[in-house]
Every structure is written in structure tokens, then in C-alpha cells.
Write a protein that binds this ligand. Structure first.
Ligand code: ZN
Ligand code: ZN
Length: 319
């Protein structure tokens, strides 16, 4: 495994940058440009590079979808949120007349993780194969139901014509999938969700979204520490602040940046990526959460440093 690319990083619902939000960024950029040389393109790049990501960029708004670069011709993806659509467009651009195989791993069946499938153009192409993996018995049922009338204009069989296959993954059992060792684990979330651990060529990647972590339960904590153990990268549901996660949003099925740091430190993880961002948060709020998480990691650091990132649509991380 070489790395990952994020195509959708929001939780619950896709969001878009509004005119008001864009206007705020533009005003900040123009203020920062006062008195600066911006005559050449290089000057402009330098200025933009000096600004915070929340001003010069955006975390984006697609819901959950992450591509794994396994270093092979096959494609590997976690979840089919609305980010699956731009991923599909990118895969189409690389097609060059060849048939393509997609292995897609499903954490669970909530809308924000399945809504991209009806818009996944590579699955419309004769000869292509799309293999959907998951530990939910209702995986096929949920995806077919999503395209039933009166909720969607085109039926599952009409557009996919048998190109989609389903594979059940027994939780806790390592499965071999096209060169990757894949293990799922049951997580605490309404309707159940499953975390994934991918291993290949001495690298380990954990995808753990839509999961609540009761801090007071040592058996639960130990299970996750073992699952995260020595991972190169953990993609973690950090939808809430700790205060929210343990107060009025307890039992909402999500976790926090603070719990992410704690579990990753205990498990000797190398890199934590905050993921499944709250749709209410604007870019400044996510950037503030990232800064707070990095400070927390620094002051609680034991031996080796834990690198902390916040996912955004388009972010690439190497393993
Ligand atoms: Zn979700
Ligand atoms: Zn969910």
C-alpha cells in the first residue's frame, strides 16, 4: 500500500461552500495582499502559500469516500458517500479503453455512506467489475432499496446490469482481497458499523468511521487499541469535540478528536487523520479543531510523536 486519497470527508450530509463563505475568504486574501507584491504568478502562489488552509483552501463537502492506493491496477475504496462520484470521474479519465476492477469496502449502510453508488459511472461501463465488501447482512438489500421507486428514477439492475458483486466479510477474520489482508471489527453505532484494518507489504491502515467510544469501558478500549496497534495511519471519526461527545451527543454514535489521540497513543499509531467532519463546521472551525488536537498530542506525548492531520476532499497521504 502506498497511500490514500480522500474524495469525501463530511459526516451525515454533504455540504457546499456558500457565497457568503467564499466572500469571507476572498476578503481575507485581499486584506493579506495589501502592500504585497502580487505582480507575477509566482508572487500570487507565494502569498496563497503563506495563508492558513482555512483561508486559501477548503475542507470540502462530499460525504465519506476514501481511495487506497495499493500499488496495483485494481481500485480500492472505503465507503460510497457523495465523494464516490468525483472518484468515479477520475477513474473514467484513467480508463483508456481498459476494463477496470473496483473493490469497495462498506463501513455501514447509512445514507451518507451509500448515496454515491447511483452516480458511480464506472459501474455503468460493460466489462467493468465492482465488488462490494461488508459485514452487514443487509448490504445488498440496502443498496437495491436506495434505487427503488419513488426514491430514484433508475433501478439497480437497469443501470448496473449485473456488474456489481457482493462479498460478505466475517468480522474478526482476515480476508485476502487482491493482495490486501482485510479484517473488519464491529463498532458501536446505531445499526452497527465496522472498522477496517488493511495490511500489505509491512504497512497497516485503519479506517474507523462512525464509531462511538465509551471511555469508561476498558474492554472496549482494549479491543480498539489492539485493532489500531502499530498502524501507519488511522482514519478516525472525530465528528465532535470531547465535550459534545460525552454530554448531549452521547449515544449519537460518533467520537471526538480527543478520543482519537488517546486511542492512537495507546496503540502506538504513527499518523492520525481526523475524518467525518460535522457538516455545521466551517473551514475555520475544522482548522481550529486540528490545531487543538495537535496541541493535545504535544502535551500528552509519551515517547514517539503522533502525526495529526485533518482530512479534506483531495488530500493525499502516503503510508
Ligand atoms: Zn456517517
Ligand atoms: Zn452512520
Amino acid at each position: 500500500m502506498k497511500g490514500v486519497r480522500f474524495w469525501g470527508t463530511r459526516g451525515s450530509l454533504p455540504v457546499a461552500l456558500t457565497s457568503e463563505g467564499l466572500g469571507r475568504k476572498l476578503r481575507e486574501v485581499l486584506r493579506a495582499a495589501r502592500g504585497q507584491a502580487i505582480d507575477t504568478d509566482a508572487d500570487i502562489e507565494r502569498l496563497l502559500g503563506s495563508l492558513p488552509f482555512a483561508v486559501a483552501g477548503t475542507y470540502g463537502g462530499h460525504s465519506s469516500c476514501v481511495q487506497i492506493d495499493a500499488g496495483s491496477d485494481d481500485y480500492f475504496v472505503c465507503d460510497m458517500g457523495s465523494g464516490l462520484r468525483p472518484f468515479g470521474q477520475a477513474a473514467m479519465a484513467q480508463r483508456n479503453g481498459k476494463v477496470q476492477t473496483f473493490h469497495i469496502f462498506m463501513s455501514h449502510l447509512h445514507w451518507d455512506h451509500i448515496m454515491g453508488l447511483p452516480f458511480f459511472v464506472p459501474a455503468f461501463i460493460p466489462g467493468n467489475r465492482v465488488i462490494l465488501y461488508g459485514s452487514h447482512r443487509e448490504l445488498e438489500f440496502a443498496l437495491r432499496r436506495q434505487q427503488e421507486p419513488p426514491s430514484f428514477p433508475v433501478g439497480f439492475d437497469t443501470i448496473f446490469e449485473g456488474r456489481i458483486e457482493f462479498r460478505h466479510l466475517e468480522p474478526g477474520v482476515p480476508h485476502q482481497v487482491a493482495g490486501l489482508t482485510v479484517t473488519t471489527m464491529l463498532q458501536r453505532h446505531t445499526g452497527d458499523s465496522y472498522g477496517y484494518r488493511f495490511e500489505s507489504q509491512g504497512k497497516a491502515l485503519v479506517y474507523s468511521t462512525d464509531s462511538e467510544h465509551p471511555l469508561a469501558d476498558p474492554t472496549h478500549t482494549e479491543r480498539f487499541v489492539q485493532f489500531f496497534r502499530d498502524a501507519d495511519l488511522v482514519i478516525f471519526d472525530a465528528m465532535y469535540s470531547l465535550a459534545d461527545a460525552i454530554s448531549f451527543k452521547a449515544d449519537w454514535g460518533h467520537s471526538s478528536n480527543v478520543v482519537g489521540v488517546e486511542l492512537c497513543q495507546m496503540a502506538n499509531v504513527r499518523h492520525l487523520c481526523l475524518y467525518h467532519h460535522e457538516p455545521v463546521f466551517d473551514d475555520a472551525a475544522i482548522e481550529a479543531m486540528l490545531a487543538e488536537t495537535r496541541r493535545l498530542e504535544e502535551i500528552t506525548r509519551d515517547a514517539s510523536a503522533l502525526r495529526v492531520s485533518a482530512a479534506y476532499d483531495g488530500l493525499e497521504l502516503s503510508l
